[in-house]
Design a protein around this ligand. Structure first.
Ligand SMILES: *[C@@H]1O[C@H](CO)[C@@H](O)[C@H](O)[C@H]1NC(C)=O
Ligand SMILES: *[C@@H]1O[C@H](CO)[C@@H](O)[C@H](O)[C@H]1NC(C)=O
Length: 510
């Protein structure tokens, strides 16, 4: 299995952890905390396999999660451990303290940071969760941890024909890896269908319908681990955007012009044999079940202009639905995408700038735009967002709610004399949870970074500040045209079957 190439799959993990602190009289170390009850839920959705770990207790037997504090000093940090193989695939780790149950459940988000530990058993990697209120002896806290892994499902067989289902391997541990003693734990793995070829048993292990249950296991010492492999059907389309470059241009004309360059691949089991359109169309439920036919791009409301930049040819058909809250662009390639097939295409559109320009309480204007990928249910291996500011703009900096790499570039178009400042944001391993707004702000009049920005940036972990500013006078608002033709190009690459490229055009109503 180790010899198989890394598969381009995505995995989302989420975890809920209940800790209880026991009282002991030794000095407080990780050994002084223990997890009273842990429940983990692993699931696999769309192209992504969603692996949910919840350290939780079923309601009927629920005792508040207790990390028992055996030492005297209060515990302010909880450690999360990951096997080294998972760390490289971690797209996101979130933690919250929860209170109450079901509908009345409340969440208080906590800071999670990577932590270097040199003598960690089995090369485990750590994250620390900082508690808002240190846990005193005898106190308990219930935590929920959600994490997302990408590229963690391996198609096997590696190649399938058009009429076959896609099967994948998923590697995990029946026992939750933790630096703490876990008194009781259970893991549920939800498979996309009832078709499970095989799974490792670590008794007690049960399977019913689409659910595999590992545990309950009692009293497992720290760093217990018990490898499992599950081989199951997963016909979710594995749509991976290998690279996405989004160019956001703030024009002098009161508009935001967006151009998005996609390199999309179906990262599932490779298609073998010849593609038969007749078979594909006549037996849709048996033929090409893991392929995908549509892609949905979720765009902001009031998309007012879309253009196409043709690189190889135009694509088949598309539909744009728009209401006051959102626009949805459905792209329907002329040929379905099978495993190993690639498509590169460009989506371009315009948006009214006033929808994205805000003013903070101190009178500073900023651009508020969404990070992430507009294509629904995709993982992006590498995302680059380039915000091109009007000519002469000075000292912008972006505030993003998670770590991203930032730098400035200067771009020259033939009309520019001075050149335009481009803020470049880069992030690898982007999942739908990263589709949250970011802000592009500027220095205050004294050329200082405002205190509250520094504070925010400090909270948002390693973000580099870029100092420049959007020149407010450059924005002029001009009524946008009410009707535009939209063109999108989907071009074939590498091993995409050579289907005819046809043109699409749609009319965007205001
Ligand atoms: C940014 O825009 C989103 C809506 O797209 C809004 O919910 C959010 O409050 C805005 N953030 C700021 C800081 O203006
Ligand atoms: C793409 O479609 C548009 C509109 O139908 C057309 O004007 C353009 O020439 C097409 N480009 C190619 C390369 O077919």
């Amino acid at each position: 299995m180790e010899a198989l190439p890394r598969l381009r799959l995505a995995l989302v993990l989420s975890a809920v952890i209940c800790f209880s602190l026991l009282e002991r009289s030794s000095a407080l170390s990780s050994q002084d905390l223990q997890i009273v009850n842990a429940e983990r839920r692993v699931s696999f959705s769309f192209l992504i396999c969603t692996y949910i770990i919840s350290h939780n207790v079923s309601p009927s037997q629920f005792k508040p999660g207790i990390v028992e504090n055996i030492g005297t000093p209060p515990a302010s940090e909880i450690l999360l451990a990951f096997p080294p193989t998972q760390v490289d695939h971690l797209a996101l780790v979130k933690a919250a303290v929860t209170a109450g149950k079901r509908k009345k459940k409340s969440y208080s988000p906590l800071d999670v940071k990577p932590k270097e530990v040199f003598d960690a058993p089995n090369g485990a990697k750590y994250f620390t969760i900082s508690l808002l209120n240190p846990l005193k002896v005898g106190e308990s806290v219930t935590l929920e941890v959600l994490y997302t892994l990408t590229h963690s499902l391996e198609p096997f067989p590696l190649e399938i024909s058009q009429s076959e289902s896609q099967l994948v391997y998923y590697h995990d541990s029946a026992i939750i890896l933790s630096p703490y003693h876990i008194k009781q734990q259970i893991t549920f793995v939800k498979t996309p269908s009832t078709k499970v070829e095989s799974f490792t048993r670590v008794d007690p292990t049960d399977r019913a319908g689409t659910e595999l249950k590992y545990g309950p296991y009692e009293d497992r010492p720290p760093y217990s681990f018990s490898p499992t492999i599950i081989h199951f059907e997963n016909n979710n389309p594995f749509a991976v955007v290998e690279e996405l470059v989004r160019e956001v241009e703030i024009s002098h004309w009161g508009s935001l012009q967006i151009t998005e360059h996609y390199t999309l691949v179906h990262a599932g089991a490779r298609h073998k044999g010849v593609f038969s359109r007749v078979e594909y169309q006549s037996r849709p439920s048996f033929s090409g079940v893991s392929s995908f036919k549509h892609l949905l791009a979720k765009l902001p409301p009031r998309v007012h202009s879309v253009y196409y930049r043709d690189e190889i040819g135009n694509i088949s058909s598309s539909h744009l639905r728009t209401d006051s809250r959102k626009s949805e662009l459905e792209i329907e390639p002329r040929y379905p995408l099978f495993g190993g097939w690639k498509a590169t295409f460009v989506i371009g559109y315009g948006l009214p700038l006033p929808d994205f320009l805000f003013e903070s309480s101190d009178g500073m204007r900023y651009l508020n735009f969404s990070f992430g990928c507009p294509l629904a249910e995709t993982v992006v291996d590498k995302l680059t967002i380039k915000v091109v500011l009007p000519e002469g703009s000075k000292k912008p900096y972006a505030v993003v709610p998670f770590p991203v790499e930032q730098h400035l570039e200067t771009s020259y178009s033939y009309l520019d004399v001075v050149g335009r400042t481009v803020v470049v944001l880069e992030k690898k391993n982007v999942v739908p949870e990263h589709n949250s707004p970011f802000q592009l702000k500027s220095l205050d009049t004294q050329g200082q970074i405002p205190e509250h920005v520094l504070a925010h940036v400090a909270r948002c972990a390693p973000i580099t500040l870029l100092l420049n500013s959007i020149e407010q006078s450059s924005f002029k608002f001009i009524a946008s045209p009410i009707r535009h033709d939209v063109f999108i190009t989907l071009s074939s690459a590498n091993n995409v079957s050579p289907m005819p490229q046809t043109s699409v055009s749609f009319v965007v109503a205001p």
